[in-house]
Design a protein around this ligand. Structure first.
Ligand code: GTP
Ligand code: SPV
Ligand code: MN
Length: 560
């Protein structure tokens, strides 16, 4: 248990650190399934002999058989908790209600932070529809297991989604996205299928407000794969003088076009389940202020005077550190004190820069959408798509180095289209069609950009300082939203004119030529790899408009 840092706050609770079983530290994509009668509804048609990478399907019958074997008796001896929660402001027409049953108190604490929960939600629900969520750690609480602080059942873990029944059943894991069912399971996988049917979008995106020194305010969203910078961007402290950032959400956005043709977004969550390592007063002071109280820390290290600790924070003097594995007197060396996917779970209303409209049921108007990933080579700091369809193509081509947020090993660059690869609730080809169909006469289509904070030099050092300095890129993005003449045409999209990115005041001038270099060979190779990806992973499910964009890119590159 961590000490309370704000004893003046009467209702303030303590914060807690929780250490998981070392086998249960992240989402498990290999054990996550979408269950429908028809396979093709859930996943695209892959080439013969090729394993699908865009979600996993299991038939409803087969999954039900499996669950019928695993669930009976699995909660024996545990306390059953039932939570009625709202994704989105309680009572708002865009919000959706869920009821989760769980046998794990940790899940209740985190869901209490991440969602709006309680009897007031049950009242609003009345006899209405809700998403049914069932979760168990998957091991009965027998005498011999009473000492086990983090019960789990990794061999039998399964996270099953039934979009037609709007049901989620999760067995065997207590970790984040596997067990806080309002989050990825409901607000992305189930919600994306509801959005498909009702004409809106559920996306893995941050939402932020940006005010320029002249007082002009715009909102943008950003989709980056897990552990690739959404929380950090949503909370940045811009270094450019006079700029102000306000946070609406850091992980999930529900978006729709209103009657005026304006894209609007809400954050369905009410808390942050953010990556702890790397967070510091230097990189993300706003997050630091957000999780000083009422926070559940998972797999961070703990100091002997009752504080949290992880890599990226100063090593405090005169105290010892207990690592996430429980090693007392941990010393820097080979092992990490905090697990790379250790997280803070803190309430949104503790964030000092929440936007005044963050709970507005009408949402906030969106001017631009960013896509990005960890691309060590070849991909410039920022580029803008030529139009909506081109933007959909750019999003479909998203790739990123694997991170600790799921079970993938090493730093291999993987395709993660729309930053949604682990979260599609239905066939990704149909999902792209849904995006293409968003464009209709009378609608103001937001501009789509690709950003990459993670390009490295020959010594593998980041070429761009990132964090608060990313505001310099956002300034250019907003200029483009006003159609200012600050871009040149390149084969891959619009890129900033020389000197259009303000680098004044940076202690070390960035190597802009390296940051914006577009190596022809690299990009031709990228086109080849995309052809293969589409061919193997999507087949006939690939919308023609997306293939047309790839062919057009290849032609532009060859002509350059
Ligand atoms: P999920 O919660 O998993 O969806 O992740 P997220 O996209 O919110 O990622 P987050 O902002 O937590 O960032 C993950 C890691 O990337 C942290 O360790 C950050 O310190 C690091 N990071 C974020 N922004 C930047 C940046 O601009 N530059 C660099 N070099 N690292 C960054
Ligand atoms: C992610 O992995 O994208 C997260 C954390 O935001 S989890 O809730 O575990 O999915
Ligand atoms: Mn996420």
């Amino acid at each position: 248990m961590l000490k309370n840092k704000d004893s003046n706050h009467l209702l303030s609770l303590l914060s807690f650190t929780v250490r998981t079983d070392p086998r249960d530290v992240a989402r498990v994509e290999s054990k996550t399934f979408i269950c429908t009668e028809e396979k093709r509804e859930s996943v695209p048609q892959t080439k013969e002999g090729i394993k699908g990478k865009l979600g996993q399907w299991m038939s409803v019958t087969e999954m039900n058989e499996r669950l019928a074997e695993q669930f009976p008796g699995c909660m024996k001896g545990r306390t059953m908790y039932m939570m009625c929660f709202s994704m989105g402001p309680v009572g708002s027409p865009v919000s959706k209600i869920g009821i989760q049953v769980t046998d794990f108190a940790y899940v209740v604490c985190c869901m209490r932070i991440m969602t709006r929960m309680g009897s007031h939600v049950l009242k609003v629900l009345g006899d209405g529809d809700f998403v049914k969520c069932l979760h168990s750690v998957g091991v009965p609480n027998t005498e011999s297991e009473l000492q086990c602080a983090w019960p789990c059942n990794p061999e039998k873990t399964v996270i099953a989604h039934f979009p037609h029944d709007r049901e989620i059943k999760s067995f065997g894991s207590g970790y984040g996205g596997n067990s806080l069912l309002g989050k990825k399971c409901f607000a992305l996988r189930i919600a994306s299928t509801i959005g498909r049917d009702e004409g809106w979008l559920a996306e893995h995106m941050l939402i932020m407000g940006l005010t320029s020194p002249t007082g002009e305010k715009r909102y943008i969203t950003g989709a980056f794969p897990s552990a690739c910078g959404k929380t950090n961007l949503a909370m940045i402290t811009p270094t450019l003088p006079g700029w102000k950032v306000e946070c609406v959400g850091d992980d999930i956005a529900w978006m729709w076009f209103d009657e005026e043709g304006q894209l609007r977004a809400i954050n369905p969550e009410s808390g942050f389940f953010g990556v702890a390592p790397g967070s510091s007063y230097l990189t993300n002071p706003i997050a630091m202020k957000t999780f000083q109280k009422d926070t559940v820390f998972t797999n961070t290290a703990e100091t002997s005077d009752g504080d949290f600790w992880w890599e990226g924070l100063d090593l405090p003097e005169g105290v010892s550190i207990t690592s996430w594995r429980g090693e007392k007197d941990w010393k820097p060396g080979n092992s990490k004190a905090a697990h790379p996917n250790s997280r803070f779970c803190a309430p949104s209303d503790h964030c000092p820069i929440m936007d005044k409209d963050w709970e507005n049921p009408k949402g906030v108007p969106i001017s631009a959408i960013l896509f990005g990933g960890r691309r060590p080579e070849g991909v410039p700091l920022v580029y803008e798509s030529f139009n909506w369809n081109h933007g959909v193509f750019v999003a479909s081509s998203l790739s990123s180095e694997a991170t600790a947020a799921a079970e993938h090993k090493g730093k291999v660059v993987m395709r993660d289209p729309f930053a949604m690869r682990p979260f599609f609730g239905y066939n990704f080809g149909k999902y792209m069609e849904h995006w293409l169909n968003m464009q209709k006469p009378g609608r103001k289509m937001p501009k789509i950009f690709h950003v990459n904070w993670f390009r490295v030099d020959e010594d593998e050092k980041f070429l761009w300082p990132g964090f608060g300095e990313n505001g310099r890129v956002l300034e250019w993005v907003l200029k483009r939203c006003k159609n200012e003449d600050v871009a040149d045409v390149s084969p891959i999209g619009y890129i900033p004119k020389a000197d259009a990115i303000n680098v004044e005041g940076l202690s070390k001038p960035p190597e802009m030529d390296k940051l914006f270099n577009i190596p022809k060979d690299y990009w031709l190779e990228e086109c080849k790899s995309l052809h293969q990806f589409y061919d193997e992973q999507l087949g006939e499910d690939l919308p023609t408009a997306v293939l047309d964009e790839l062919n057009a890119l290849e032609e532009r590159l060859k002509a350059a």
